[in-house]
Design a protein around this ligand. Structure first.
Ligand code: ATP
Ligand code: MG
Length: 723
């Protein structure tokens, strides 16, 4: 094997890591400094120079996609066979191990993996079976409790509740849940890790087998490992094993999920003669992007401390765009991507990063309108998300009681005690009578075929849907949607549940209200009710499907899922105080620092060009919110930023929702101004009219000024001049 081939394209520090004598190493380095590249070359080095068999190597990555990429890159370097090498995520590798030793692990051969939705459903059943009130003891919180304990390596018998009655209850649920899983041969995500860890701990011969086998373990993104993963690694790595971990404390972004950045320090303590190697040269980003990111992260106190430099060009400044609302923001981003494409750039080289999933909707709609293919990385399209489908199902039933799919979806969501048996009775009756499920239900109730609890629950559901329609018939679509989300109990159901995911679901439901508020019935659908028109719009958008794998497509993802990736052009959107950092995090220093690290991760994805955008007004849950630009923007050294001026053209004014368009236009005609018009103010300078309310002497206009932000002004006194 030619040594130079393996060290080509590496700097001195990277070479030092790649060609280091066998031993334990920590490679600690900032974003884009080539940590992942070092791991890839190290594996090739181990095989090519140290004559390590692929069978003796295990490499751990954060996502399956990263694992596949790593394999591809090693293959390119080696042209040799990698068969026998273990390469995957912690979960994937533990699964593999449990499959190989299912008997020792006490599992049936065909054990199933329980995904988080399955887990929730099972928990809901068990909580009910324990006669606990679901409102007080939500399944989501049980899952959070149980997964957290498992991540700490704790079984029910290990837990001391200190007579805390609340924890005692959760512990009972944990017990029941574990029994149910064990009986059915089901394993949830946290269980994969814990059980595999226990197997290694308990079974000397299995432990020795793996310790004898794996002479080399390599771990990427180590800063985001949790306790059980760390403990698992320690058992896998025998006395003759060589472990290389790479990570960046500044990119630790999963603390909220139990990841422990302290594991980096623990590695140095626990692994024999572990040495640190620091990489400081960045190869990914331009000077401006890098210095901006360095400047931002310097605001954190909890740091191991390192600095990054680049030999690359300074590149363009970071463009900060102040949009007047989220539609304008989406339009701006799509416009920039269009320019990029016109200059020959590939769509796949552009990425939109946002803090929370709900933000994708406006962006998705702008992309669809522009006819640009896009892909949502590590997530689902807006209209395909569970909670959105739930809410849409209620709306569909309101519009059409005979929609069986919607009926099935929500007849017992939120749970109202309708079991599978009752549903089967309804299905059969519907089939026999050639009726819809709704019709069959009504008939079964009338004929008193169904009785007791089932009948009561079903009747309540029928009445609920009827009431939802009666009570909201007269309301504008967005209020109707809002009421339906509340009165159906969906919102409360998700509010009961704890955790980041539940929060995201509520945000998505709020976003659905915004979507209905922004929705304008298209001309071809003017004969439909706004509700029906919206429902077909949603169905069509959901049906668009992801861009297929080979199609050139814009990449959309949360900042969390962008970890480890890079793109020539990156847009970070919604960088507003309250959105990012999210309002839930600004109270606690620790959480705020984690948000800042997330911002650092986002910025350092960009190779050539970074745009940061924020909206001065964002419509959330049918309400207008005025946000300040994020503190993170202020924390970036000014010399790396340029403000992009607002364009004179406003193609679609934000309709206020309080006035019909005709009314607005009439009122406007009296004032001599129009929406989207450019105006000059003696003090605030140039601006664009974006909204209007009231009439006569009370009339006010909302103007987005170029430098002075957005202001409401009384038209009569404002001394505005048309431009
Ligand atoms: P992150 O912290 O975001 O995971 P990283 O430290 O893993 O980043 P890599 O993804 O390995 O960084 O490398 C960043 C970019 O720099 C990649 O495009 C990689 O190919 C390139 N790169 C790394 N080292 C060198 C080098 N010595 N010469 C040229 N390019 C390099
Ligand atoms: Mg990396």
């Amino acid at each position: 094997m030619d040594v130079s081939l393996l060290l080509d394209g590496l700097n001195d520090k990277q070479r030092e890591a790649v060609a280091a004598p066998l031993g334990n190493y920590l490679v600690l380095a900032g974003a884009g400094s080539g940590k992942t590249r070092v791991l890839v070359h190290r594996i090739a080095w181990l095989m090519g120079i140290e004559q390590a068999s692929p069978y003796s190597i295990m490499s751990v990555t954060f996502t399956n996609k990263a694992a596949a990429e790593m394999r591809g890159r090693i293959n390119d370097l080696m042209h040799g066979s990698l068969s026998g090498m273990w390469n995957g995520t912690f979960h994937g590798l533990c699964h593999r191990m449990l499959r190989a030793h299912y008997l020792d692990a006490g599992l049936p051969e065909d054990f199933n993996i329980l995904d988080s939705d399955d887990q929730m459903r099972l928990l809901r059943r068990l909580i009910k079976a324990q006669n606990l009130d679901e409102k007080q003891w939500p399944a989501r919180q049980a899952a959070w409790y149980i997964n957290g304990k498992k991540d700490e390596g704790l079984r029910p018998q290990h837990i001391d509740t200190f007579n805390d009655p609340i924890e005692q209850t959760w512990l009972r649920v944990y017990h029941a849940y574990q029994e149910a899983c064990d009986r059915a041969g089901m394993v949830d995500f946290a269980e994969l890790l814990l059980r595999s860890f226990e197997l290694l701990q308990r079974s000397k011969h299995i432990r020795e087998h793996y310790q004898a086998r794996f002479k080399h373990i390599l771990v990427d993104e180590f800063q985001d490992t949790n306790n059980i993963q760390f403990a698992w690694l320690r058992l896998m790595a025998g006395p003759d094993c060589h472990v290389m971990i790479v990570g960046d404390d500044d990119q630790s972004i999963y603390g909220w999920r139990g990841a422990k950045v302290e594991n980096i320090q623990r590695f140095l303590n626990d692994f024999k003669d572990a040495k640190s190697i620091f990489l400081e040269q960045n190869y990914r980003s331009t000077g401006n992007i890098l210095k901006a990111a360095n400047g931002l992260i310097a605001n954190n106190n909890e740091r191991m401390g390192k600095n990054l430099w680049t030999e690359g060009t300074e590149g363009e400044l970071i463009s900060v765009y102040s949009a007047y609302n989220e539609l304008d923001e989406a339009r701006f981003v799509v416009g920039k991507i269009r320019e990029w494409q016109d200059q020959g750039g590939a769509l796949a080289d552009t990425a939109m990063l946002y803090r929370s999933n709900a933000q994708s909707r406006v962006l998705e709609e702008a992309l669809i309108q522009a006819g640009m293919p896009y892909r949502i990385y590590g997530g689902m399209r807006f209209f395909e998300r569970q909670e959105i489908k739930d809410a849409l199902s209620y709306l569909r039933l309101i519009a059409n009681r005979h929609d069986d799919a919607s009926f099935e979806r929500v007849v017992n969501t939120p749970a109202r005690g309708l079991g599978e048996r009752t549903l089967e009775t309804i299905r059969l009756a519907a089939r026999d009578r050639g009726a819809t499920m709704w019709q069959a239900s009504v008939a079964l109730l009338e004929e008193q075929v169904l009785a007791g609890r089932a009948a009561n629950s079903l009747r309540r559901f029928i009445e609920l849907v009827n009431a939802l329609e009666d009570d909201t018939r007269e309301l504008p679509l967005f209020q109707q949607t809002d009421e339906v989300i509340r009165n159906s109990g969906l919102r409360a159901m998700y509010e009961q549940e704890k955790g980041e995911k539940a929060q995201a679901r509520i945000e998505n439901l709020e976003e659905l209200v915004t979507a209905t508020r922004q929705f304008e019935v298209p001309e071809e659908a003017e004969d439909m009710s706004p509700l029906s028109a919206f429902l077909s719009h949603a169905a069509l958008e959901a049906g668009e499907g992801q861009a297929d794998d080979f199609e050139d497509a814009v990449q959309l993802m949360t900042m969390h899922s962008a970890k480890g990736l890079e793109f020539p052009m990156v847009f970070m959107v919604g960088v507003e105080e309250g959105m990012f950092p999210s309002s839930r995090t600004t109270e606690e220093v620790g959480r705020l620092e984690e948000e800042r690290r997330l911002c650092y991760v986002g910025m350092t994805r960009a190779m050539q060009k970074l745009y940061i955008t924020y909206a001065e007004m964002r419509r959330l849950y049918g309400k207008d919110n005025y946000h300040k630009p994020s503190r993170f923007i202020r924390e970036i050294p000014e010399e790396h930023i340029e403000e992009v001026r607002m364009k004179a053209k406003v193609s679609r004014p934000a309709s206020s929702g309080r006035f019909s368009q005709t009314q607005v236009n009439e009122n406007f005609n009296q004032t001599g101004f129009s929406l989207g018009q450019r105006v000059l103010h003696p003090k605030f300078g140039e601006g664009t009219i974006i909204n209007f309310e009231g009439s006569g002497a009370q009339s006010r206009v909302q103007v987005a000024f170029n430098g002075e932000g957005i202001k409401w002004l009384v038209t009569q006194f404002a001394k505005l001049e048309p431009m």
